[in-house]
Design a protein around this ligand. Structure first.
Ligand code: DUC
Ligand code: ZN
Ligand code: ZN
Length: 471
C-alpha cells in the first residue's frame, strides 16, 4: 500500500487556496496531494465536504488553578475531547505560575495534569505572575530553548497583575530570549476604582461587571502595553480584544510600523453587555474579561478580522460551572467582582466563525482557515508542521459539512461545563470528522478512539519575534 489513508473527493481549503484533490496520508503525515490517488488501506469519502487543517486554538484555559472555592470545569480529558468534536487538533492552554512558585514547578504540575489525557495535541504558554530576576534571568531562557516559547502577562487581577516596571522587565527578557509575549490589557487600578464606586451604590449584580471594566479601561491598558512593547522593542499579541477603541490602538501601532498583533474571540462577535443582565444570577453565565460590549463593537471586531488587525481568532475557553464551585459561589452572590471571569467556547469557536463569518459573507473561506489554524501555527512556532494542508505537514485534518445547520445546545456538547453561553444560536457549517496525525479522533457523534492520542508539542520561537515573517 502506498498510503495508510486516502481522503477522497473533497475540497481542500488552505489559507491561500481552495481546490478539489485527494490527500494521501502515510505515517501520520500528508504524503501526497493529487488527483485520483490510489493505494490505501482506508479510504475516506469526503464528497461534498471541505477538507481543512484542524483548528488550532491558541488561547484556552484547562485545569488552571484558581481561587480555592472555585474549580475550573475542565480537565485535559474533557477539554481535548470537546476540542476534537469542535474540529480542533491542537490546543494551547496556559501553565500558570502561582506567586512564589518557580516556572519549573508550575510546569511539572501542569504536565502531570495533561499526561496521558489528551485527545488532541497540546502545547503550553506560560503565565508569569512572579517575574523575579531568577525567573527572568535563568528559568525563562532555558525554558524558551526547551520549546516554551510564549508567555502571557496580566495587567489586572490581584493574584496575577504585574506592575508597569515588571511588565517592562518581562518584555525586556522576552527580547533577550526570543519569547513571544501575550498581554491581557485591562487596567488594575481603574477597575478597582470603578468596582468600588459601583459597590458603594449597591450595584453588585453580574451586569455591573461590564460597567466596572468599560472600553476606556481596555483601551488605556492596550495603549500602555503597546508603548511598553515599543520601548523594549518586542512584538506582542493583545489577546481577547473586545471593542473598536482597543482595536484602533493596535491598528495605529501597526501603521507606525510596530509589530503589534491582535486576537479576538467568539464572545465579542455574538454576545453583548445585555447578556449579563439576566434575571437573578443568569448574567454570570456571560461574565468574562474583557466583557462583551455593544453591537457596534461587534461590527468593529468583524472589521478587525476582515482587515487583518486581528490575525488569530481564539475561544478564550475558560469554563466555570453555573454552580457553587463556579459562577455561583457564596461570594459571587455578594457582588460581581467575585464571579469567576470566563466562559466556555472550545467546541463552538469554529462553527460560530464559519456561520457568522463565511456563510454571512463577512470573511472568505481562506480567511477562516488563516484565522482558526494557519496564523496560530505561524504565530506560535508550529508552522508548517501544523496549521496547513501540505506535503510533509502532520495529517491534522477536519472534514467540514458547510451546509449542516444546527442549533447550539448544551445537551450536544462534550465540554466539562454545564452550560453554553451560545445556547440556541443557529449555525450553518459543522465539523463532521476530526483527524489527528492521520488517526480519526471523532466521526460524527462518535469518539472513535477512547485512547488519548494527543502529544505535547515543544515549539520553535515565533517567527514574528525574529522578524522572519509578518501576518
Ligand atoms: N483572561 C483570559 O484570558 N481568560 C479568562 C479570564 C481572563 O481574564
Ligand atoms: Zn486574559
Ligand atoms: Zn484567556
Amino acid at each position: 500500500m502506498t498510503f495508510d489513508t486516502i481522503i477522497k473527493g473533497g475540497t481542500i481549503v488552505t489559507a491561500a487556496d481552495a481546490f478539489m484533490a485527494d490527500i494521501g496520508i502515510r505515517n501520520g503525515r500528508i504524503a501526497a496531494i493529487g488527483e485520483a490517488l490510489e493505494g490505501a488501506g482506508t479510504v475516506i469519502d469526503a464528497t461534498g465536504r471541505l477538507v481543512m487543517p484542524g483548528g488550532i486554538d491558541s488561547h484556552v484555559h484547562i485545569a488552571q488553578p484558581g481561587a480555592p472555592e472555585v474549580v475550573m470545569a475542565e480537565d485535559f480529558t474533557s477539554g481535548t475531547i470537546a476540542a476534537a468534536f469542535g474540529g480542533n487538533t491542537t490546543v494551547m492552554p496556559f501553565c500558570l505560575q502561582q506567586r512564589g512558585q518557580s516556572l519549573r514547578e508550575a510546569l511539572k504540575a501542569y504536565h502531570a495534569e495533561a499526561e496521558g489525557r489528551c485527545h488532541v495535541d497540546v502545547s503550553f504558554h506560560l503565565i508569569l505572575t512572579d517575574p523575579t530576576p531568577g525567573v527572568l534571568g535563568q528559568e525563562l531562557p532555558a525554558l524558551v530553548e526547551e520549546g516554551y516559547t510564549s508567555l502571557k502577562v496580566f495587567m489586572t487581577y490581584d493574584d496575577m497583575v504585574l506592575k508597569d516596571r515588571e511588565l517592562l522587565e518581562v518584555m525586556a527578557a522576552a527580547r533577550r530570549t526570543g519569547a513571544f509575549v501575550m498581554v491581557h490589557a485591562e487596567g488594575y487600578d481603574t477597575i478597582r476604582f470603578l468596582a468600588d464606586a459601583l459597590e458603594a451604590e449597591g450595584k453588585t449584580a453580574p451586569y455591573y461587571h461590564g460597567p466596572s471594566r468599560p472600553v476606556a479601561v481596555e483601551r488605556e491598558a492596550t495603549h500602555r502595553a503597546i508603548s511598553f512593547a515599543e520601548i523594549t522593542d518586542v512584538p506582542i499579541m493583545i489577546v481577547h480584544v473586545s471593542n473598536r477603541q482597543a482595536m484602533e490602538e493596535i491598528e495605529r501601532a501597526r501603521r507606525r510600523g510596530l509589530n503589534i498583533y491582535g486576537e479576538t474571540c467568539p464572545q465579542y462577535l455574538v454576545l453583548t453587555e445585555e447578556d449579563m443582565d439576566g434575571a437573578a444570577m443568569e448574567g454570570a453565565k456571560f461574565v468574562c474579561s474583557p466583557p462583551p460590549r455593544t453591537t457596534e463593537d461587534q461590527a468593529a471586531c468583524w472589521e478587525g478580522l476582515q482587515h487583518g488587525i486581528f490575525s488569530v481568532f481564539s475561544s478564550d475557553h475558560c469554563p466555570y460551572r453555573f454552580a457553587e464551585d463556579g459562577k455561583l459561589t457564596a461570594k459571587a452572590h455578594d457582588g460581581f467582582r467575585w464571579v469567576p471571569n470566563g466562559i466556555p467556547g472550545i467546541e463552538t469557536r469554529l462553527p460560530i466563525l464559519f456561520s457568522e463569518g463565511v456563510k454571512k459573507g463577512r470573511i472568505s473561506l481562506n480567511q477562516f482557515v488563516a484565522l482558526t489554524a494557519t496564523n496560530h501555527a505561524k504565530t506560535y512556532g508550529l508552522y508548517p508542521k501544523k496549521g496547513t494542508i501540505a506535503v510533509g505537514a502532520d495529517a491534522d485534518i477536519v472534514l467540514w459539512d458547510p451546509e449542516m445547520t444546527r442549533t447550539i445546545d448544551q445537551a450536544d456538547l462534550h465540554h466539562g461545563c454545564d452550560y453554553t453561553p451560545y445556547q440556541g444560536l443557529e449555525v450553518t457549517g459543522w465539523p463532521v470528522m476530526t483527524m489527528l496525525r492521520g488517526r480519526v479522533v471523532t466521526d460524527g457523534e462518535t469518539l472513535v478512539n477512547e485512547a488519548p492520542g494527543g502529544e505535547y508539542l515543544a515549539r520553535e520561537r515565533s517567527p514574528l519575534v525574529e522578524g522572519r515573517q509578518a501576518l
